[in-house]
Design a protein around this ligand. Sequence first.
Ligand code: CO
Length: 208
Amino acid sequence: MDLNKVFANNKKWIKDRLSADPSFFEGLSKGQNPELLFIGCSDSRVAAEELMGLGPGEVFVHRNIANMVISIDLNVMSVVNYAVNQLQVKDVIVCGHYACGGVKAAMQSADLGILNPWLRNIRDVYRIHRNKLNAIEDEEKRYDRLVELNVQEQCVNLIKTAAVQKANRDRGLKVHGWVFDVKTGKLIDLKIDFDKYLSKIMEIYHLE
Ligand code: CO
């Protein structure tokens, strides 16, 4: 890729933004007040803001391989705590996507070095839902279902954190699980019943 093109694109973007709103960058420079935290996959096709039709300042974004929320990952936990406690976002979204290379890799037997411990968290999702998944004969459908179940389990991982439990109790913060379908561009709400999971797991994960 010609990186000069990127800088030319940037110039055009500034021009377009300013012609729509002359004080656009002045507004941005005053600070941020996003209402959403979006946790997605690093996959280049999951263009977080673009696929939601949102612009700068509207969404706090964290992306990693296969949109994982791992309790000992200081990176994702810092993002969650900052977004929930400081930025006071109203909604937290875990967004997976079909055709996810990370999820596919976790379905195969291959030694991927440093990726092994990361992907093991997806293998754990498979283990928890093994019976349901093994009952799906079509491999492609099983793969899609694992993408969805992985999103569900990462939402559960969010509910296990003190920050999310406290913000839910004090100001009604919600966690949502979505999947982006790269074949159609559609964003699908998995309609994960936050309250149901909360009541189901709080007995074990309650922190206060
Ligand atoms: Co992916």
